[in-house]
Design a protein around this ligand. Sequence first.
Ligand SMILES: [Zn+2]
Length: 189
Amino acid sequence: MIEDKKCKKCGRILSLNRFKLHYDKRRGRSYYMGDCKHCVQEYERQYRKNTPWINAYFAARQRCNDENSVNYHNYGGKGIRCFITKNEIKELWFRDKAYFMKLPSIHRKNNDGNYTIKNCQFLEKGENTKRAHSIPVIQLTKNGEFIKLWGSVTEASRKLNLTQGRISGCALGYKHFLYTGGFKWKYRS
Ligand SMILES: [Zn+2]
């Protein structure tokens, strides 16, 4: 028989499985939170709505800390650490006027640097890729032998008739883009 519990927020009496299970590292055990799942979800929704920069914060942390995240090998796997705090991200959000952007995303000015307040800025998501398209890029054979240094992804894609996104995907090391046009690509660092 599952016990019932009263939600501290909405006051409804619900069975225990309607409450969120919370694991407490310090105590080393799980307990049911005082608010039911519905109230917790509502709280999280409001929280993300009122603090729109928080998604960028969690995304950056996940890329650096979570080995299962899709792009971990480009971030945490390369030794990039996330030192930026919630308050600092908030500061950047207002400094860069990210609230005017359609798809604000956090960008590191130095691509080999960590997530710190000095190295980060909010950019429109498209700008982020535009920037990735205007950095000098190196064309290599599949065996990694140097062929040519191009001024930008845009230039290389025009001359070789390849897709920009695929070249930058290779250069950024995305799993699905090992080669494009039969070449390897790397950003000049
Ligand atoms: Zn509730």
